[in-house]
Design a protein around this ligand. Structure first.
Ligand SMILES: Nc1nc2c(c(=O)[nH]1)N[C@H]1C(S)=C(S)[C@@H](COP(=O)(O)O)O[C@H]1N2
Ligand SMILES: [Mo]
Length: 259
């Protein structure tokens, strides 16, 4: 309570401040923030802002923007499932997307490929494709949403990331699982999302071996996140407390980017 009182900035209309802060939030977070009452107190708790020493409303708003990921993470219910669809809903052909054209996509030899495991895990052994595809398989038909303005429904099969993290003795209290890809693409996934039941280490698309276009031999499928948080051609995963950035994250996209 004390904290909230300290936040009151003389001469600033509280309602306007909350309104401006809400405007800085991505759509879904904003809707949930507004539905949750959108109070200055909620904003304080979500952002952890402590605007005492003569800070202005602008400072608070800058902090809101910076803490956007924390705001989203606080609003995101880690147990909410993404909608699933039926086979007839699958988008054909499914779009290819990357920061380059398809002919430049990595060509990986699945026989040589290994998934490197590092960081806060008990077992740092590398995994072959054969070993990984022997683990219990799950399947999903879900929607992929790209910030560039398209979405498509596909079917992905593979191993629950959560099960794999258990298997390697990952510290699931760590902040992130950070993925690196053969095309130097990177992306950090917050731990609650890594542990989400629909987050998948994907080896198949539409029931067949994952095509080169969609990330052969392995992509991470996360139906609760925007498309760019679904790394393809993954070569390593690191369990870490450090925020290591990512290809789009470093260009200003919010790392959380939940749907
Ligand atoms: N390695 C790698 N993964 C990536 C990308 C990329 O450029 N390289 N692009 C991302 C973006 S922005 C999208 S929308 C999806 C596209 O996946 P798709 O080709 O299966 O449709 O991959 C994501 N994962
Ligand atoms: Mo995307």
């Amino acid at each position: 309570m004390l904290r909230i009182n300290r936040l009151l900035i003389p001469g600033v209309d509280k309602k306007l401040l909350v309104h401006d802060a809400a405007k800085l939030m991505p759509d879904v977070s904003r809707r949930r923030f507004l539905a949750g009452g959108a109070s200055l107190g909620a904003l304080t708790l979500l952002t952890g802002c402590d605007v005492v020493d003569g800070a202005s409303a602008e400072t608070l708003l800058a902090k809101v923007s910076k803490f956007n990921d924390a705001v989203q993470a606080a609003i995101f219910n880690p147990n909410t499932l993404a909608p699933t669809f039926s086979e007839k809903d699958i988008t054909r052909p499914f779009p290819f997307n990357a920061y380059y054209s398809l002919d430049e996509a990595p060509t990986i030899d699945g026989g040589d490929w290994k998934l490197e495991v590092s960081g806060l895990v008990q077992n740092k052994k590398s995994w072959t494709l054969q070993e990984l595809t022997q683990l219990p398989e799950v399947s999903q038909i879900t929607r992929h949403v790209c910030v560039e303005g398209w979405s498509a429904i596909g079917q992905w099969s593979g191993v629950r990331l959560r099960d794999f993290l258990d298997l390697i003795g990952a510290d699931t209290k760590a902040n992130y699982v950070w993925f690196r890809c053969a095309d130097d693409y990177t992306s950090p996934i917050d731990m609650p999302t890594a542990l989400h039941p629909q987050t998948q280490m994907t080896f198949k698309f539409g029931g067949d071996v994952l095509p080169r276009a969609y990330g052969y031999p392995m992509k991470i499928r996360i139906p609760t996140k925007l498309g760019f948080k679904n790394p393809k051609y993954v070569v390593s995963m690191e369990v870490t407390n450090d925020y290591k950035g990512g290809y789009w994250e470093d260009q200003g996209y919010n790392s959380f980017s939940g749907l």
